[in-house]
Design a protein around this ligand. Structure first.
Ligand code: PRP
Ligand code: URA
Length: 208
């Protein structure tokens, strides 16, 4: 598989194990989602462009750098919301644009219910945030929306991906790199990732 990075970082693996555990309660679950998202964002932003910036330290004038591009964080509602805060702390000037999608339980196809993107794009790089890449329908639909909006550089940051969802994204959007904490085995008959972690939205918001 090309264009995909499944983190090998021990901290990510440790936190993911606690996230998967069915005994992990929503407060801890949210904390883990936030922390894993920040660790993955560190890897996903390694190639961001920078420009020189002059400054003076207390000792000397020197040239440093600052981020060149305007970054957009795009959580897919609901479950992607929990990934925003940890990443936003690392890049407080990022804009956050929400996309509302839910999966139809029968067809497993994404249904859009929220999109308030302005006509013209306001960012040049977007990180799509969603913990679960299952059939890939939600990720593909969100990438479609962002490309139509005019964003040229898009990355998907998730926590667990199924081979089916990764294949769907790579077929529809081979130019979009995928950053995950783990690639799991398969989808079950209800479209859930196995072994996975269950329903990421319900476990964050205590609605399961
Ligand atoms: C979950 C998850 C993804 C989607 C993944 O959302 O957060 O958005 O399913 O599945 P897919 O790859 O097959 O599209 P869900 O529809 O459960 O909505 P929620 O986040 O509001 O709970
Ligand atoms: N959405 C989830 O929250 N979990 C899955 O395993 C698949 C889709």
């Amino acid at each position: 598989m090309s264009n995909i990075l499944a983190s090998q970082h021990p901290l990510v693996a440790h936190k993911l194990t606690r996230l998967r555990d069915k005994h992990t309660e929503p407060k801890k679950f949210r904390e883990l989602v936030r922390e894993i998202a920040a660790l993955l964002a560190y890897e996903a932003t390694a190639d961001l462009a920078v420009v020189p910036r002059e400054l003076e330290t207390p000792l000397l004038a020197m040239t440093g750098v600052e981020l060149k591009e305007k970054i957009g964080l795009v959580p897919i509602l609901r479950a992607g919301l929990g990934m925003v805060e940890g990443i936003w702390e690392l890049m407080p000037t990022a804009e956050v644009w929400h996309i509302g999608l839910y999966r139809d339980e029968k067809t497993l196809r994404p249904v859009q219910y929220y999109n308030k993107l302005p006509v013209e794009p306001t960012v040049s790089v977007c990180l799509i945030l969603d913990p679960m890449l299952a059939t890939g329908g939600s990720a593909v639909a969100t990438t479609d929306i962002l490309k139509r909006w005019g964003v040229k550089k898009i990355k998907f940051v998730g926590i667990i991906g199924a081979p089916e969802g990764i294949a769907a994204m790579q077929k529809a959007h081979p130019d979009v790199p995928i950053f995950l904490a783990a690639i799991d085995d398969h989808l079950n008959e209800r479209g859930y990732i196995v072994p996975g972690l269950g329903d990421a939205g319900d476990r964050q918001f205590g609605t399961g």
